[in-house]
Design a protein around this ligand. Structure first.
Ligand code: FUB
Ligand code: ZN
Length: 614
């Protein structure tokens, strides 16, 4: 990888604000969601429900049911109480970011006016020195920047992300200017030759890289890198003399020396995103080597079958390798979103499909379980077993997960396609259409319910290009053809998990893929004590679970063995229409539903891992 900007690009960056997004030196660039039109039986209703229901829930909570927007109003006046948690500003920014993405998909003047109204309130809450954070403004500005755990930079990071999203959609730059002033404030205070600082909750790093991308101003990239380099050198501190655990904050060693994932799950994910983003411009192999080790540690030793991570409740984070209890699994929704964000970046840096395999696992299981069928209730904690007492809620005092869902789902189009020098990557199987370099690709599929995918090219003139289609790692039997001609290869002949189709593409060319989707009986690593003598059911990318409501007589005694036979069918009346799996056991039939769809009917117990008789 080369260094980040040519001298000409650097000069342009100085003179032009908007025009010169610097190019990342990574083999796969994303095709961002706004370039992708989704028309999909599974995802379109999901995106619509976030637009039509979830966003209203967030707006109602932020404006009426909690004091989140009032905090900005009070901060603007310089008086009044701060209500809620010290990082509640971040929920407003995240909801705003989701609203911006939704506007890109579906222009809506009423929603846009709401965004403008909030942005005006945010701008009014900014202090004359650029600082913006309603908690300290209302509780004592003299205490700001005294405690790494107080999330000032975390909130700023979410503001920057919202500002960029809104600027990208509307061209309006008010919040972007507020963000730049806040960053200028932070850079006046912290940086080389100034004060040291370790943000206790990462997020600012990836946001600064986004800001660099939008403005071309390298100082933002440098500041992101400087903040990452501050970690693990003894600079982190809390305001009071409380003993603190640097591991929780990913602050025990310099980041390139990290060997194992520790501490808080969401913080780790956002840090790793920031490291990958910085490495994309600086070519820092030390960051990528550390990220590679951390990825293996998490995927091989610390990840649930759902792609959820971080089992411990009190630290919202990790414990020992293979310590993966089911009923006590924490698996915060935000941590699964973090897995998507990080694995997406790792794929971009390496062009290796193994990262999309994990992204897909976390997305279809760990993330989607975070939202109810109707879009109005949310899980914060996503266990793999419940005794019937764990339910989605309308909101949480700490509402990071609902607001994260609100911004994540509308931008899911980000993860479908990627572009290389002369490659077009198909990473996820979602009915959609995009045009890259004059070639339009249209994808038709019923994934994840079945594995049939059709890709049709339209292009005015023939073009040489390599189409790289991910062959999911869960799939052991598949076939592919181009215009009816078989192009299936062995798994060993895949290029880092992709079927590489290098050819001259003509208008109307069709690629047909068939991923066989038998029901799979999965066992855990034998070092996971909790899953010994148990099996989990998967089909395609989906993890299935047993709910008491479908299995009133057999739930407790459910027992699979080698004789159990499975069948699968689509049930359009169940939880909005889902694929189910039936297991014919000696005692009778068990009915499984997709894990993400659990807890949408009456309260009842649920389990992913089911007893198995050897
Ligand atoms: O601290 C901000 C967010 O709240 C974290 O990412 C979540 O884990 C929750 O603690
Ligand atoms: Zn959360």
């Amino acid at each position: 990888m080369k260094n980040y900007l040519t001298p000409i690009a650097a000069a342009l960056a100085l003179v032009s604000f908007d025009s010169c997004a610097p190019k990342e030196e990574k083999p796969v660039q994303p095709v961002i969601f706004s370039e992708v039109t989704i028309n999909d039986a599974f995802w379109t209703p999901m995106i619509d429900k976030v637009k039509n229901v979830t966003m209203d829930v967030c707006i109602d909570q932020i404006e009426n049911k909690t004091g989140r927007i009032r905090n900005f109003e009070n901060a603007a006046k310089g008086r009044g109480e701060h209500s809620g948690i010290f990082f509640d500003d971040s929920d407003v920014y995240k909801a705003l970011e989701g609203m911006a993405y939704s506007l890109k998909n579906n222009p809506d003047p009423v929603l846009e006016a709401k965004c403008d109204e909030w942005i005006d309130k945010m701008a009014a809450a900014q202090q004359s020195d650029g600082y913006i954070n309603t908690f300290y403004t209302l509780t004592g500005l003299e205490n700001r920047w005294s405690d790494m755990d107080k999330h000032e930079m975390y909130c700023a990071g979410h503001m920057i992300e919202a500002a960029i999203a809104y600027y990208d959609v509307t061209g309006k730059r008010k919040l972007l200017d507020v963000s730049k002033r806040m960053v200028a404030h932070m850079m006046d205070k912290f940086g080389p030759g100034k004060e040291d600082w370790v943000p206790g909750h990462e997020e600012i790093e990836l946001a600064l890289v986004k800001l660099f991308r939008v403005t071309g101003e390298k100082k933002y990239l440098d500041f992101a890198q400087w903040l990452i380099e501050e970690r693990g050198r003894g600079y982190g501190h809390l305001a009071d003399a409380k003993p603190w655990n640097p591991m929780y904050y990913q602050d025990e060693v310099p980041v390139r020396d990290l060997q194992k994932i520790t501490g808080h799950a969401v913080r780790s994910m956002y840090l790793f995103c920031g490291m990958a983003d910085v490495a994309a411009y600086t070519g820092d192999q030390g960051y990528m080597d550390a990220l590679d080790k951390l990825w293996h540690n998490i995927v091989e030793c610390k990840m649930y079958i759902t792609g959820g991570i971080g089992h411990i409740n009190h630290s919202e984070g990790f414990s020992e390798d293979f310590d993966l209890p089911n009923a006590d699994a924490y698996c915060e929704t935000c941590a699964s979103i973090g897995m998507v964000l990080w694995n997406w970046r790792m794929n971009g840096m390496t062009a290796d499909a193994k990262y999309i395999d994990i992204l897909e696992r976390s997305l279809y299981n760990g993330v989607l379980s975070g939202i109810s069928e109707k879009g109005d209730k949310f899980f914060y904690v996503n266990p793999l077993e419940s005794y019937g007492d764990h339910h989605r809620q309308e909101w949480y005092g700490c509402a990071c997960c609902p607001s994260n869902i609100c911004r994540f789902i509308p931008s899911v189009g980000n993860y479908i396609y990627g572009v290389g020098d002369n490659e077009l990557y198909v990473n996820l199987f979602v009915g959609s259409k995009t045009t890259v370099d004059g070639m339009t690709i249209e994808q038709v599929t019923d994934y994840p319910w079945n594995g049939n995918v059709e890709l049709t090219m339209s292009l005015p003139r023939s073009k040489e290009r390599t189409l790289k289609v991910r062959i999911p790692s869960w799939c052991s039997s598949w076939s592919a053809s181009v215009n009816g001609e078989d192009v299936t290869v062995s798994r060993e002949a895949l290029d880092h998990g992709y079927l590489a189709l290098a050819r001259k593409w003509n208008d109307g060319d069709k690629v047909t893929l068939t991923f066989d989707m038998p029901v799979r009986v999965e066992s855990a690593d034998p070092r996971v004590k909790e899953d010994l003598g148990k099996r989990a059911i998967m089909r395609g990318p989906l993890v299935f679970c047993l709910e008491g409501v479908d299995n009133p007589d057999l739930y407790d005694s459910a027992l699979l063995n080698a004789e159990t036979t499975f069948s699968s069918q689509f049930d359009s009346d169940l939880v909005g229409g889902v694929q189910t799996v039936c297991a014919a056991t000696q005692a009778g039939e068990l009915k499984f539903i997709p894990y993400f769809a659990w807890d949408n009917r009456e309260a009842c117990p649920m389990k992913v891992w089911v007893n198995y008789a050897e």
